[in-house]
Design a protein around this ligand. Structure first.
Ligand SMILES: Cc1cc2nc3c(=O)[nH]c(=O)nc-3n(C[C@H](O)[C@H](O)[C@H](O)COP(=O)(O)OP(=O)(O)OC[C@H]3O[C@@H](n4cnc5c(N)ncnc54)[C@H](O)[C@@H]3O)c2cc1C
Length: 375
């Protein structure tokens, strides 16, 4: 199967509000990179069941997408109309999931499940852990570590970048988290009763003690999870749904390129602890006073870059740092990066332009300055 039929940046995105276009472009590039088998299944369905070996989104508007696909009888351009106009990432996700469902219904089960379908099946069975804050401590001026204990005896770690969906009471709300409650029950409640929720990486799991440490970036929005973490006190309840993960280091990777802003520090630190491979790390934070210890390994180089007063979405420090660390792509390198959506999009383009293939990269927009990516 070819790795990509598109040069990075070739996707046309039209018809969305200007403030959303960047985000939608990154969303499409992430699908073109990570969900190639799902796109091939949708293309197979849209092409009236020609066998499709590879498909990419080449155009997306608020009313349709166009797939470029390699089929048995040659390359295809496949327009797929949406049943209704889409105006947000959430609506786009819903339309794509509906297309996937219809594609699966029509091709049947002779075609193996796609990676996304396997992930959906896995998440259906995920447990909700109701636990309590044991203690909190400051990791840096912007990062607060919260340690949880209780109700975590059956928590099983799955990967170094493992993350959980944290559900906690909103500012001024009576806590909806109680023993035995599930994520599905919490999210099905009327909006006013729903907790704040967002994904967080597990920094450390100590199974013998039944404890988890999470690192929360404090970003001065009091209503969400960051606000909750800033106020968290021993004994406070939270629900954790998960764990899930997205970092799968290929067996034959010779070295790692890891980069990100503060939200990625727990994943980067845990990946460095779990791997012995040489690693180049580029990490962005505010200034010298925000640096933290990430690794002592001699085969790890860490380049700290500082955005100072520039807001994270506008900062090019991470991109410039990765450019310096990786002028040419070498086969064998595997890259993991997470940050705000704008730098992630620029970084994906840069790495693709210097020769990285989609399968060499796991880049995730962990947050965005316009609105939350979390459901
Ligand atoms: C797989 C995954 C793992 C993640 N791991 C971590 C982690 O370990 N630690 C961590 O801190 N975050 C992590 N994040 C990011 C975190 O989920 C988001 O930052 C989330 O938006 C925080 O939710 P909230 O309720 O605090 O704010 P929201 O209600 O989502 O957003 C409120 C406002 O805050 C802004 N905002 C959100 N995050 C930030 C930020 N980091 N800096 C500045 N402004 C922000 C939003 O743009 C919005 O304007 C992860 C995300 C994913 C997808």
């Amino acid at each position: 199967m070819p790795d990509a039929v598109l040069t990075p940046g070739a996707v046309i995105v039209r018809g969305f509000p200007a403030d959303l276009t960047n985000l939608i472009e990154e969303f499409v590039e992430q699908w073109n990179s990570d969900e190639v088998d799902t796109l091939a299944l949708i293309a197979q369905f849209a092409s009236d069941l020609s066998r499709v070996s590879h498909a990419q989104i080449i155009e997306l508007t608020n009313r349709k997408l166009v797939l470029s696909a390699d089929a048995d009888d040659g390359p295809l351009g496949l327009p797929v109309e949406f049943p209704q106009e889409v105006g947000s990432i959430v609506e786009l996700q819903a339309v794509l999931m509906d297309l996937l469902r219809r594609a699966r219904e029509s091709v049947g089960h002779s075609v193996p499940k796609t990676g996304l379908e396997r992930e959906i099946s896995r998440t259906r069975g995920l447990p909700t852990f109701v636990t309590r804050v044991l203690r909190t401590q400051s990791v840096s001026p912007l990062i607060r570590e919260v340690t949880f204990r209780g109700g975590l005896e059956t928590f099983v770690s799955i990967a170094p970048d493992q993350f959980v969906y944290v559900l906690a009471k909103r500012l001024g709300q009576e806590s909806p988290i109680r023993e035995g409650v599930t994520m599905a029950q919490l999210m099905a409640a009327p909006e006013a009763d729903r907790p704040a929720a967002a994904y967080y990486t597990v920094r450390r799991h100590r199974p013998d003690a039944g404890e988890l440490d999470l690192w929360f970036v404090l970003h001065e929005h009091s209503t969400g999870i960051s606000g909750w973490a800033e106020r968290a006190q021993p004994g406070d309840f939270v629900a954790l749904w998960g764990p899930r993960s997205s970092f799968v280091q290929p067996e034959d990777a010779t070295d790692l390129l890891l980069f990100g802003d503060e939200t990625a520090f727990p994943a980067i630190a845990a990946i460095l602890e779990s791997s012995k491979r040489p690693a180049r790390v580029v990490v962005e934070t505010v200034d010298e006073t925000h640096k933290i210890e990430l690794s002592h390994r001699p085969n790890v180089t860490i380049d700290w870059v500082f955005r100072h007063a520039t807001p994270a979405p506008q900062s090019t420090q991470l991109l410039d740092g990765v450019r310096r660390a990786c002028e040419q792509w070498s086969s064998g390198t595997y890259a993991f990066g997470a940050a705000e959506a704008t730098p992630i999009k620029a970084l994906r383009r840069h790495l693709r332009q210097i020769g990285a293939r989609p399968k060499d990269l796991k880049l995730v927009a962990y947050w965005n300055s316009k609105r939350t990516l979390n459901p």
